[in-house]
Write a protein that binds this ligand. Structure first.
Ligand code: NAG
Ligand code: NAG
Ligand code: NAG
Ligand code: NAG
Length: 312
């Protein structure tokens, strides 16, 4: 399936559709390095499709400072923010963290007031130098399996201090306050362990709820990874493994609805089947093959799913 020529739909942007006036899209800068038809560059972005564009991902250095991940990012930040010339109401955010990020860096950075202050000051400087409109915290997750339980309160403090610093900086220079956002878990146990929901929602402009990867090849039967509602195969705790349940949980914990963005996955998860059945709930015993362009086992971008579909 890898040799079919693609003519459309190369956008690698993952959208989160929130209240009707917000459509937030991620740009994965690693997509610039993909082969031929899978390559997606800043020039390929239509700046009028989304209200907010997020550049993913930046890094935290050994001194707790927010920094570009690669040298090439510096030039790309400029191109990315240049998109605002073509859509003056577009807002751009820089994301820090992401699914493969070394979580220890966040833990070290939030651990003391001084380390947080260093991060916050470096973030303001980096965002302003490159003309981003704000920051997107992508810490996955403050308290995951085996994480430091104190990170829950530390994350609250980080949000609070960032918000205060953005407020002060905006007033001082008489310009719009930088926007502060976070991408957060959709899993009950992680939400309970990681977030003081009422506290952080006072300081964040919006939250992207990552309502995907509810099911995947790490399980022994097939399942939709981003279902809207639960299915007949979901029993026990799995009744919570769907978008509706996750959004409701954030509301129940006190998050204002207008701050919540619902995540839409622009990718699929592939399983290896261990029987002739290919239904939802069919026995599976491993991760499916990798996509031609994204190159991660069992992970297919939307356009890679289409390649498979059209080959059939
Ligand atoms: C604060 O940051 C410094 C520099 O990264 C690090 O060496 C130190 O361990 C951090 N403090 C704590 C308490 O983790
Ligand atoms: C979160 O809010 C509660 C209630 O106002 C407060 O008691 C708690 O100290 C706050 N957490 C942090 C880390 O400030
Ligand atoms: C999965 O099951 C299939 C069919 O029974 C078998 O051919 C394959 O070797 C199994 N794969 C693994 C990784 O166990
Ligand atoms: C999957 O794992 C669960 C729990 O370990 C087990 O009860 C179930 O029988 C397994 N299903 C298949 C198809 O292997």
């Amino acid at each position: 399936m890898c040799n079919i020529v693609l003519t459309a739909g190369l956008c690698l942007v993952i959208a989160s559709l929130g209240s009707s006036e917000r459509l937030v899209c991620y740009f994965n800068s690693l997509a610039e390095d993909r082969a031929d038809a899978g390559k997606f560059t800043i020039e390929d972005i239509d700046p009028n499709k989304c209200t907010h564009l997020i550049y993913a991902f930046s890094d935290i250095n050994d001194f707790n400072e927010l920094v570009p991940t690669r040298r090439a990012d510096i030039f790309r930040y400029q191109l990315f923010n240049g998109l605002k010339n073509r859509n003056p109401s577009l807002k751009t955010l820089l994301a820090v963290g992401g699914p493969t990020f070394n979580k220890e860096k966040f833990t070290t950075m939030v651990s003391t007031t001084q380390n947080r202050t260093t991060f916050i000051q470096s973030a303001v400087a980096l965002l302003r130098i490159f003309q981003f409109d704000g920051l997107n915290l992508d810490w996955m997750y403050p308290v995951g399996a085996g994480g430091d339980p104190d990170n829950k309160q530390k994350f609250t403090l980080l949000c609070k201090e960032l918000n205060a610093a953005f407020e002060t900086e905006g007033k001082k220079h008489n310009r719009d306050r930088l926007i502060l956002t976070a991408s957060v878990s959709a899993e009950r146990e992680v939400i309970d362990a990681s977030y003081e929901v009422k506290n952080i929602t006072k300081d964040l402009d919006f939250l992207n709820v990552l309502t995907y990867d509810f099911h995947g090849p790490w399980e022994n039967v097939t399942g939709h990874h981003s279902p809207l509602f639960g299915g007949s195969h979901d029993t026990g705790d799995k009744i919570y493994y769907n978008t509706d349940s996750a959004m409701q949980y954030w509301l129940d914990k006190g998050a204002p609805a207008q701050l919540l963005n619902l995540g839409l996955a622009a990718y699929g998860r592939a399983f290896s089947l261990s029987s002739a059945s290919s239904d939802v709930g069919a026995p599976a015993n491993g991760t499916g093959e990798e996509g031609c362009y994204t190159g991660e086992e069992g992970f297919w971008a939307y356009y890679e799913v289409l390649l498979y579909y059209y080959e059939l």
